[in-house]
Design a protein around this ligand. Sequence first.
Ligand SMILES: *[C@@H]1O[C@H](CO)[C@@H](O)[C@H](O)[C@H]1NC(C)=O
Ligand SMILES: *[C@@H]1O[C@H](CO)[C@@H](O)[C@H](O)[C@H]1NC(C)=O
Length: 407
Amino acid sequence: VLYSSFYSVKKNHIIFIVNCCHCTERPKVKVSIKPAQHVFRGETVTLRCDIDGEGVTSWEYRWYKDGSFYSSSELQEYTFSPVTESDAGKYSCYGAERGGSRRSQHSDAVTLKVSDRAQTVLSVSPQKWLTEGDPVTLICEVYSSSTGWTFSWFSVTASPGNRYHYQLLSDSSRGAGGNYTVSSAALKHTGVYVCRAERGNPAYNTTYSNTQPVWVTGVSPQVSLVISPSRTQHFTFVSLSLSCEDQSNSDRWRVRRYTENEQWEDCSSLLWASQTGSTCTFIFTFTSNTGVYWCQSESGENYHPVNITVHYDVILESPVHPVTEGDTLTLRCLYKFTTPQNLRADFYKAGSLLQNQTTEMIISNVSKSHEGFYYCKHSERGESPKSWISVRGETVDQKTLLKSVLV
Ligand SMILES: *[C@@H]1O[C@H](CO)[C@@H](O)[C@H](O)[C@H]1NC(C)=O
Ligand SMILES: *[C@@H]1O[C@H](CO)[C@@H](O)[C@H](O)[C@H]1NC(C)=O
């Protein structure tokens, strides 16, 4: 027993010495990737091999890709400029002393992923429709990649023929973090925006993001878009006129629109419509005319955006302008193929039934809680599109008026 125990200790002893030689002699190694592990074709990417070795003045760096020898260099960094999809893989390195016998450990592998191209995504928070004075943030992100980007934001305008012009927002802070915040939106902020990101040296730029419109409505704007007939929903194949009216009644305004497929156009360029003075007249309406319409000044400022929906059979008649608290709101359901119009319909707000079997719905003493999407539905004719009804607090003028009456 004694002999055998002695033997075993001796055996362990040998093993211990072997292990020790191995770990003290071989320095640790780490591989890092700049700017990130996930990059895009065309970027400049640098692999770096850091050896934690003392006393060695010069290493030969040996790179492995997917387990096989890839390259050897006396430079600590290996650069792909520009990187392509075929460079993707698992990279590791180790060092061999130049003119010596020391060897480092083998590093862990890091995975380099190379994607076709960076997708930049722009979103608007908390919402695209604002009232003057509301805060708004344009959030720019590079899809599935967050490291090392700086961002810029642009307003977009389109000239005839839809050639886009991008204008850098002058105060667009190009710092890290993809948020551009306007603490108090003004009427002039109505417009269409895109963003872009860049990183690395030399700089790699992403393409422009999706477009995002921002609509700012005024409490009492100096120019109004007057719609005739005066409602936001309209039937197909009827005439419709949109007129920009300001105090001085000048001809300086033109009507523009932005539709769901991210196209913006002048009234004058539309089929079945024409612009005369500050008025845009549709001879015929189509469902494809659904969109946001507004007035644009000669200098390119955008005012008074309004949602217009064109539908073929049933529509909701609702006010074009926000309803003021305390006022009465009247909603009707209109039918294209029915006379008389006084059929009984059900009225809904955000999916829940408000009132059933009625010819019109009247809400007196409107409050902020009445704000929302409304629509009507007839059991046989079908249902109307939804329209947003917004409620404004009493304006300052009304409050002062009320005070002076009370005093
Ligand atoms: C509609 O109102 C009638 C009576 O006013 C009622 O009997 C009926 O159940 C209501 N329908 C729905 C769907 O609520
Ligand atoms: C316009 O329509 C959009 C989409 O339906 C909606 O989100 C928005 O609140 C509407 N804005 C106004 C002022 O009606």
